[in-house]
Design a protein around this ligand. Structure first.
Ligand code: SF4
Length: 83
């Protein structure tokens, strides 16, 4: 086994997020905004306090965990992860 092969095998697998993305159904959102605190890298709020969810796919395990936390905490079930 070459040195490079050993290094490749020793590294943990990079979290795969594929095309997964966080999505919101604004018709059920109440705008309280707990999601923006839990997923600060993915959600900002507008001037009324309603969330604006980033359209791009999740790029890392950290973003995936933030998205999952926001989905779990949303009292209106307005958030979901697609892909
Ligand atoms: S937690 Fe859910 S209901 Fe509350 S602002 Fe975020 S998406 Fe809307």
């Amino acid at each position: 086994m070459s040195r490079h092969a050993a290094v490749r095998e020793a590294r943990p697998a990079r979290p795969s997020t594929g095309d997964a993305a966080l999505r919101i159904d604004p018709s059920v959102c109440d705008g309280v905004g707990i999601c923006a605190h839990l997923a600060a890298d993915l959600i900002t709020v507008d001037s009324w306090g309603y969330p604006i969810v980033r359209a791009e796919p999740l790029r890392s395990g950290s973003e995936r965990r933030q998205a999952e936390a926001a989905v779990a905490a949303c009292p209106r079930k307005a958030l979901r992860i697609t892909g």
